[in-house]
Write a protein that binds this ligand. Structure first.
Ligand code: ZN
Length: 412
């Protein structure tokens, strides 16, 4: 049984936090000077752990076990949001490092291989999951040449300044890495509220977002009699209420929906709104249920349009993201490890947020493990997790990896 070193794990996490620390949180945006410095530190730590490590042409830091494969690939990201937490991403990467060390230190597991990666730019400074998509061959040189952050800083120039430009970009070899494990903080309150310490992720939820627009007629709020109004605002409010009611009736255990923006135009107390619009988004681990949600709200829109007098139209906003199921066999090994290290203290649950695992899942079986976030807070300097939970999550990963890789080698 591999035994992780909790103090070493926490020390590494705290050292990594020092790169860009701001109170308890971190500012370590992709390819800034501090991010590049932290990658050099990570490279060094991987080499000290006996991994064959390198930083590739897009800034992915990858450390490979010197053992022959098959190797479980563990990874996450070390870039942060403009005001980020210290564990979002960083924890999954340092878990990989600690699991590699723990396996190599135990004679029973020293022959098992784990490869570790920090994927560039999961937080989307330059684009969507640039590092993991590059690792799957989904990013062209042209996309990198065009990619800019909100301030106009170019990704290509930043890679050149970091000294990464011109290096080859690493590419996934599914024979070497037949599976992927990403550990992450939950970034929500489900574990804490249910008093559990480990989440075995079943799927990363799908996301559909729509913009609904309402065309009525703008008019005087005092002189326009109610029966002849075409009030776009009231039409929006009535429809929004019916959507909420209907979704409540057909929801699954983990469905969430949000009307994150509502605007009435021109937005004055003495004007009947002539135009209104709103965003509607819903997420669920089950694509068939997502279809039912879409059909249900579109039917309500049709009904409202037939009744008039306001014309409602629906357009999809952004890309439709289909749910990514986690591999059953990998999940079973993680669940067995969780039951061994934290009997009764774990649950199956979906991930409501996107992760690099979503990308890697295009080519190989993927899995995820969650630890609780205190008060469910993330993408904020206040983000935190109890140290005992951080240590426990890593031990579960080490035991899960040992089970998985042994199984692949036919020893399980
Ligand atoms: Zn993250």
């Amino acid at each position: 049984m591999p035994k992780i070193d909790g103090l070493r794990l926490l020390d590494d996490l705290k050292t990594l936090r020092a790169y860009g620390a701001s109170g308890n949180g971190v500012v370590r945006t992709s390819l800034t000077g501090i991010d590049v410095e932290s990658r050099a530190w990570l490279l060094d730590r991987m080499q000290q752990a006996g991994l064959k490590a390198e930083i590739d042409g897009i800034g992915n830091v990858i450390g490979r076990s010197p053992n022959p494969g098959p190797a479980l690939l563990m990874g996450s990201h070390t870039d942060t949001q403009p005001e980020g937490g210290w564990l979002d991403g960083a924890m999954g990467v340092i878990y990989g490092l600690e699991v590699a060390r723990a396996l190599s230190e135990d004679p029973d597991t020293a022959d098992l291989a784990v490869d570790v990666a920090s994927w560039m730019d999961e937080e989307g400074t330059f684009g969507i999951c640039m590092g993991s998509r590059s690792f799957l061959g989904q990013v062209s040189d042209d996309e990198i040449a065009r990619a800019k952050d909100v301030n106009g800083r170019g990704m290509a120039e930043s890679l050149a300044a970091a000294g990464y430009a011109g290096r080859a970009r690493n590419r996934l070899d599914p024979k070497r890495n037949p599976g992927y494990l990403e550990a992450h903080i939950e970034q929500g309150g489900l574990l804490e509220n249910s008093g559990k310490r480990i989440g075995v992720v079943t799927a990363i939820v799908g996301i559909r977002t729509f913009r609904l627009t309402f065309e009525g007629a703008q008019n005087h709020a005092g002189t326009t009699p109610m029966p002849i109004r075409k009030d776009a605002g009231m039409a929006l409010i009535r429809l929004a209420y019916r959507i909420d009611e209907t979704f409540e009736a057909i929801k699954g255990e983990r469905t969430v929906w949000t009307m994150g923006r509502i605007a009435l135009h021109p937005g004055s107390h003495s004007i009947v709104p002539g135009f209104a619009d709103m965003f509607l988004q819903f997420r669920d681990p089950d694509d068939a249920r997502m279809d039912r949600f879409e059909m249900a709200f579109r039917a309500l829109v049709e009904e409202a349009n037939a009744a008039g007098p306001v014309a409602i139209s629906v357009e999809p906003k952004g890309e439709k993201i289909t749910p990514t199921p986690m591999d059953d066999s990998l999940q079973a090994h993680i669940a067995a490890a969780a039951e061994q290290d934290a009997p009764g203290d774990w649950i199956h649950m979906p991930s409501g947020a996107g992760h690099d695992a979503m990308i890697i899942g295009d080519e190989i079986p993927v899995s995820m493990l969650f630890v609780p976030s205190i008060d469910g807070i993330s993408h904020d300097f206040a983000e935190d997790t109890a140290e005992d939970d951080i240590v426990l999550g890593c031990q579960v990963c080490a035991d899960a990896v040992a089970r998985i890789v042994r199984g692949w080698k036919g020893k399980g």
